[in-house]
Write a protein that binds this ligand. Structure first.
Ligand SMILES: [Zn+2]
Length: 433
């Protein structure tokens, strides 16, 4: 007989007994030091090592705690942080707080997707101002695919289950291995399939990417055309440039990529407005139309073009012993060398006798309608410009700095052009940053 000196209020008792053919929960009477041990009432659960147990193994307490915890954490994250920092908190902190429940509780994946993902998505939408009609799929991609490298809680859940299954399988304890074998059922097979946790988000993202390509192609989005042709080194610069933008422009870039900005075409699709047409030319007002298509907006597109060119010209001015010609006010005109018929945007004549010619096209969007070949040519062009920066003596960092700044100017001017849609153009000064 063992004598327990535990205080009885720290203990509780849970009873299951066989009643004719099936098991039922009952309320056993047990005394320790003449003290009655509190019973777990019928249908209630008890907690052991952080895991809840009830008669039906329902996991209801885990579900409630998960839902409450996630809501509380996401509300905390609501404060004055920028959307970018909120997402950082979400990825680094919030998800890890869910990991315990995701590991010990037996939850169906569909339950997590339907109940937990939906809470996270609701807040992420709010932070990024993405309307319900705009997909979050683009946001879930990695930085180098123009996404934000985040993922929904269900991916974390699969990772937790993968880790748990691996631990059971590779345990030095044989009976633990038996437990793994005994539970290798249809539910767990999906987690056993992963070799490592990094495969989980990869798998999730490639699924999303395929879906997005089909979904967004039909809407003529930036995403579908750019993902095919973009060069990795520029995507990285994009992600850095994007992360430094103020909140409203940052969110603009997200909605730009998933085509959920309030263009008239979209407002009509969302049944908010019956008018789909541009005020100036009566063509359907799509995103492409506003930022690169409308024939009445040409001076706006020139303003964006010249703002980027102006930055590049100022950078090239610093090259020793060279003469710079730029098709901008305040610079020597390239027509001095070339005549007016073929006048490039920029010419740089170096002391070693080499002459660089720059033709600048701003924004990927301008080539959206064109064929693949033109697109590829354009990127080759960009690479050539990098080569030029290299050969005039800009080091790697300075080259990336230039590309990043040019991208930022292109984003900010595009944002401004978008804000001025259907309004008169006031011919602002070139944008400098
Ligand atoms: Zn128009």
């Amino acid at each position: 007989m063992v004598r327990y000196d535990y205080p009885s209020d720290k203990c509780s008792i849970f009873g299951i007994k066989k009643a004719i053919t099936k098991s039922v929960q009952y309320l056993p009477k047990l005394l320790i030091s003449n003290q009655l041990i509190p019973k777990i009432t019928i249908g209630e659960s008890f907690q052991y090592l952080g895991r809840y147990f009830d008669f039906h193994m329902s996991n209801d307490n885990h579900k409630t705690e998960l839902t409450t915890l996630l809501n509380e954490l996401m509300i905390l994250t609501q404060s004055h942080y920028t959307p970018k920092n909120k997402l950082l908190l979400y990825s680094r902190y919030v998800l890890s707080k869910l990991a315990w429940h995701f590991t010990v509780a037996t939850l169906p994946k569909t339950w997590v997707t339907e109940n937990i993902d939906s809470i996270a998505n609701k807040y992420i939408r709010r932070w990024l101002e993405v309307p319900i009609s705009g997909t979050l799929g683009t946001v879930f991609l990695t930085n180098n695919k123009f996404g934000l490298s985040i993922y929904p809680p269900s991916v974390k859940f699969i990772q937790c289950q993968t880790i748990l299954r691996k631990a059971l399988k590779s345990s030095p304890n044989e009976s633990t291995n038996d437990l793994w074998k005994a539970t290798s059922n249809h539910t767990n097979i999906q987690y056993d399939a992963y070799n490592s946790t990094t495969e989980v988000p990869k798998d999730f993202r490639s699924g999303h990417e395929n879906k997005l390509l089909n979904q967004l192609t039909s809407q003529g989005s930036f995403f579908s055309s750019v993902t095919k042709f973009a060069l990795p080194q520029f995507n990285k610069v994009w992600s850095i440039a994007q992360s430094k933008l103020p909140k409203n422009i940052y969110n603009f870039t997200i909605r730009y990529i998933n085509n959920s900005l309030p263009t008239r075409k979209n407002l009509n699709r969302w049944a908010i407005s019956s008018n789909t047409d541009c005020s100036f030319c009566l063509s359907p007002e799509t995103l492409l139309h506003i930022v690169a298509g409308c024939q009445f907006y040409l001076d706006r597109f020139t303003w964006r073009h010249n703002s980027v060119l102006n930055f590049l010209a100022h950078q090239l001015q610093t090259v020793d012993g060279s003469t710079l010609y730029a098709d901008l006010n305040g610079f020597k005109s390239p027509s001095i060398l070339t005549g007016d018929t073929y006048r490039p945007d920029l010419l740089l004549s170096c002391s070693n006798g080499s002459l660089y010619v720059v033709e600048l096209t701003t924004g990927y969007e301008t080539n959206l309608k064109n064929n693949v070949k033109r697109k590829k040519d354009k990127y080759r062009e960009l690479l050539r410009q990098l080569d030029m920066l290299e050969s005039i003596g800009f080091d790697k960092n300075h080259q990336m700095y230039c590309v990043g700044k040019m991208m930022t100017i292109a984003i900010r001017t595009t944002y401004y052009i978008f804000c001025c849609r259907n309004k008169e153009w006031e011919n602002p000064d070139l944008l400098t940053i």
